[in-house]
Design a protein around this ligand. Sequence first.
Ligand code: PEP
Length: 251
Amino acid sequence: MKRRPLLAGNWKMHTTVMDACELAAEIGKCSAGLEDRDVIIAPPYTVLSEVAHVLQGSNVLVASQNICWEDKGAFTGEISPTMLKSAGGTAALIGHSERRQIFHEDHALINQRVVGALRFGLIPIFCIGETLEERESDKTFEIIEEQIREGLAGVSIDDMKKMVVAYEPVWAIGTGKTASKEQAQEVHAFIRALLEKMFEKDIADSTRILYGGSVKPDNVDELMAQPDIDGALVGGAALNAESFCRIINFT
Ligand code: PEP
């Protein structure tokens, strides 16, 4: 099955309003005319509305870097799906390794976020990945399976049609160490087989699985050539217009 490539940029805790608008404008320009792929950027909340405004009419979608499951209420520090949509966002990163590791978000919380995002019609970009210690002790598949089973608990086949999965080995995020194309492909194939076991073949075949972890202009093409890699989630290189534009224009 042919899956539409998706290139996503995570700006993390970077950019002032002015930086963000300039960067978004550059990305809007270099993605014009790219009809065969989707581009998403996830700016910080403080600039999300401005970025969405700059990108209005372009084919770049805007995502948040996390999302609450409730519509409104006493959840200091969180934003709701309704708030995100009103600011121009349509997708949300959930379960990023920095949320898991630094902010101790666990499977149950991440699952609540996934289910909430789906309830409000957002596209969840559900992130998973093993640490170096887990890889070195041969636990990669076990950890990935646990993250997927727990994170997607209660998600229906119908909801899975919106889901995007991002495999991001923690040891490759922001370290300059990319998983080799073989290492990435092996885990992507494992994830697809697991989705088939948990849901059905059509879901496994149609779900986009992104790779994230030091994706750069010089490794994007070989990663994207792998049969089960359907896109990239990019951190550092998404903050530079030239690099990100090269990445979204992968061949
Ligand atoms: C990320 O933050 O999701 C990421 C993959 O970062 P980097 O590309 O900098 O490794």
